[in-house]
Design a protein around this ligand. Structure first.
Ligand SMILES: Nc1ncnc2c1ncn2[C@@H]1O[C@H](COP(=O)(O)OP(=O)(O)OP(=O)(O)O)[C@@H](O)[C@H]1O
Ligand SMILES: [Mg+2]
Length: 242
């Protein structure tokens, strides 16, 4: 008999991220490093992931970034289910939709600041002039314009991280992901990066931030989840970022 049931409606989600029944077990490990867990993150939310070392924070971030795949469950990011994508499609998804910032910046030392920032846009085939304009705008906003022609090795840690943030934002990603972005910075530079993240959140950017630094979580995040042994131990939303 032909079913008259409507076809599955398109996901009318306002969620930037939806994890359903997600677990990640590494190779021969006896238990999953993460999950199983469900998590939905709204667009415009700034989510901090905290928890002790080994609790699964980076594992969770990497699943959302499409850098790794779950062993169970589904991962939907910016309306797209990514856990079953081919490597090629996943690489494209990451280039176009995800901006990522790491503890140790991961800049290319042989490229100038401006070229580092422009690289992700060049990889997506954006016109050169538009890319240069976007990079210029970001450098100005982030206060690194004067270093455009310098090489990253000449910059302070805080300046390098601002370059990394500019690079992460050049393609206007749906999601900005950061894994311990202040972990390698001195207090003053950490404070700069913190303020930068607060500004980005106020501007509507969806952010997921992994940090050991509770002050950073409190300052930047509208919501904090705390992981213990790969499970959600706490999930707190604050009314407004101060
Ligand atoms: N590639 C991998 N292969 C095998 N085990 C891994 C791998 N990556 C992480 N793990 C294990 O999974 C668990 C969670 O690791 P994860 O890196 O997600 O923790 P974390 O919360 O980010 O820790 P940290 O705060 O130290 O960065 C740990 O037990 C870790 O040893
Ligand atoms: Mg980690």
């Amino acid at each position: 008999m032909t079913s008259l049931a409507p076809t599955t409606p398109l996901a009318q989600t306002t969620h930037a991220i939806e994890l359903a029944g997600v677990a990640k077990r590494y190779d021969s490990a006896p238990a999953p490093a993460l999950g199983p867990l469900d998590l939905a993150v709204a667009q415009g939310e700034a989510l901090a992931i905290t928890g002790p070392s080994g609790s699964g924070k980076s594992t969770l971030l990497n699943l959302v970034a499409g850098l790794d795949r779950p062993t169970e469950g589904t991962v939907t990011v910016a309306g797209q289910r990514i856990d079953r994508l081919s490597e090629h499609a996943l690489a494209r998804f990451r280039r176009e939709r995800i901006g990522m910032v790491f503890q140790f910046f991961n800049l290319l030392d042989d490229l100038t600041v401006a070229d580092n920032i422009q690289l992700p846009a060049q990889l997506t085939g954006t016109a050169r002039r538009r890319t240069a304009a976007r990079a210029g705008e970001l450098m100005e906003v982030l206060g690194i314009q004067k270093h455009a022609r310098a090489y990253p090795g000449r910059l302070s840690g805080g300046e390098r991280q601002r370059v990394a943030v500019a690079r992460a934002l050049v393609n206007r990603p749906a999601l900005l992901l950061a894994d311990e972005p202040t972990g390698a910075l001195d207090t003053a530079s950490g404070q700069d990066v913190r303020e930068l993240l607060v500004d980005l959140h106020r501007g509507g950017q969806t952010i997921v931030l992994v940090t050991h630094d509770l002050a950073l979580a409190q300052a930047c995040a509208s919501r904090t989840i705390h992981l213990v042994d790969g499970h959600l131990a706490l999930d707190t939303t604050v009314e407004a970022v101060r």
